[in-house]
Design a protein around this ligand. Structure first.
Ligand code: ZN
Ligand code: MN
Length: 470
């Protein structure tokens, strides 16, 4: 791979979590009974007219601004024509040569500094219906017995983001996507969950000789539904292309599916020319001209973006920990815990590991209480600590009761209790000292009962022996 440079661009589709669909009043909802969220507009009945969703337009502007894009003064909806049952109208309303957002740049922090990813465009469109092919091989239409169509998804608002081919590794692509996802989530416009399909990413991939500036034939990689699949899929496709070029062959423009279970790539269809969708301006919609009164307040209210926050954390943490905290949405809690006296590194470790495992909502955690827990982490039994971390998001959580348990493995706290148990049972003490070592178990049992089983039996055992020897 050393002599070949990867050239990767991404196309990302993001579902907007608006209350209603893009061009009708049907509800946007996941998991509803199939074909219950439909109307004549999203079913493509003749004579119906689309009405754009103002919130979807506003949120696309918001995302465009976060991506550093220019917001077009004049954006046009186009019809993208193709025949497939997932589109009842026979065309998708999308945007073509006049998208709502264009020419942006998105900065991705890296271990060495920063990677600038150009954004070609971000445009608004409607999603198609969901099709399930039943029977046959692997859910594909070829060989299927029949296909089921669910139009609940038809007409739901989507933003399509297209990047420039600025990514130079599978890892770059993964980092970019994770940061983009966190940005979208924080903007409050989408849940952006790859597993649910509310964030979907396709990659355009080619390789070239290191030092070359031209581009070779690219392929498209689809069907990747997690960040690690994307990274693995891109790796696999890069390796395949290098092998093709190295063996004297030629990469063919084609679409591939990556199968995460087997690691295999399968070709979809040959694209000798760009597909002709016969785009033309949607005659039923006027152009969008978002006025400054809409754009400027959105710009002013943009929150501090995740990418910018990574740099701040690097004062205390290494790059991996800093990005991990930010892209998991735990960095604000991290900063609050550190401000409350938590040591940065252990705090980051606990937030990235035990905290994640327990699935705690960082927004629900009281930083002061969490900081107390971090400070006591080496003094309390491991399972108590883990339980406290897991419960740290509960309403009214306090560290104190867990720290009190900590005392129970602590000899200083247990010694008085052991002494009291011995003092209360002089007969048993005498018989132990007379040679009946089995009585030891009785004392340990008494202490355990007094602490309601919370004492560390090994510590108690040693303490009892020690006191009886005295
Ligand atoms: Zn509808
Ligand atoms: Mn699209």
């Amino acid at each position: 791979m050393n002599r070949w440079e990867p050239v990767i661009g991404l196309e990302i589709h993001v579902h907007l979590k608006t209350r209603t669909k893009m061009f009708c009043a049907c509800a946007v909802e996941y998991g509803a009974e199939p074909n219950t969220l439909t109307c004549p507009v999203c079913l493509g009945h003749p004579g119906t007219l689309p009405v754009p969703n103002a919130r979807a337009v506003e949120w696309t502007v918001k995302l465009g601004l976060a991506l550093g894009c220019e917001i077009a003064a004049h954006a046009v909806f186009h019809r993208k024509n193709y025949f497939y049952p997932d589109l009842a109208k026979g065309y998708q309303i999308s945007q073509y040569d006049e998208p709502l957002c264009r020419d942006g740049r998105f900065l991705v922090p890296t271990a060495e500094g920063e990677l600038e990813v150009g954004i070609v465009r971000a445009h608004l469109e409607e999603d198609a219906a969901k099709i399930v092919h039943v029977g046959g091989a692997g859910g594909r239409i070829g060989g299927a017995d029949y296909s089921l169509v669910d139009y609940n998804r038809a007409g739901t608002p989507l933003v399509e983001i297209v990047t420039r081919p600025d990514l130079r590794s599978a890892d770059d692509a993964r980092r970019f996507l994770q940061l983009l996802r966190q940005t979208i989530v924080e903007l409050g416009i989408s849940d952006a969950e790859m597993e649910k399909g509310t964030l979907r990413a396709d990659a355009n991939i080619s390789v070239r000789r290191a030092g070359d500036t031209g581009l070779r034939t690219r392929t498209e990689l689809k069907n990747m539904n997690s960040f690690s699949f994307i990274a693995r899929g891109i790796e696999a496709e890069l390796a395949r292309q290098v092998e093709v070029w190295e063996s004297g062959g030629e990469v063919v423009q084609q679409t591939y599916d990556f199968h995460a279970d087997t690691g295999a790539l399968t070709a979809r269809r040959t694209k000798e020319e760009a597909e002709d969708y016969r785009y033309f301006p949607e005659p039923d919609l006027v152009p969008l001209s978002p006025p400054p009164e809409l754009v400027e307040p959105v710009r002013r209210q943009l929150p501090e973006l995740p990418g910018a926050r990574v740099g701040r954390l690097r004062a205390d943490l290494d790059f991996e920990a800093a990005t991990g905290l930010v892209t998991s949405g735990r960095d604000r809690l991290f900063e609050a815990v550190v401000a409350a006296g938590g040591e940065p590194r252990p705090t980051a470790n606990v937030l990235m590991n035990q905290f994640a495992t327990a699935g705690v909502d960082p927004a629900a955690v009281e930083a002061d209480e969490f900081a107390k827990l971090i400070a006591a982490r080496d003094r309390i039994p491991r399972d108590t600590f883990l339980r406290a971390v897991a419960e740290s998001g509960r309403p009214g959580f306090a560290a104190e009761p867990y720290l009190a348990e900590a005392a129970i493995s602590d000899t200083d706290a247990l010694a008085p209790l052991v002494e009291r148990v011995l003092a209360e049972n002089p007969k048993q003490v005498a018989s132990y000292r007379g040679g009946k070592e089995g009585v030891l178990g009785f004392f340990v049992g008494q202490v355990m009962r007094e602490t309601r089983g919370k004492a560390d039996p090994k510590v108690v055992n040693e303490l009892v022996r020690e006191k009886l020897r005295a």
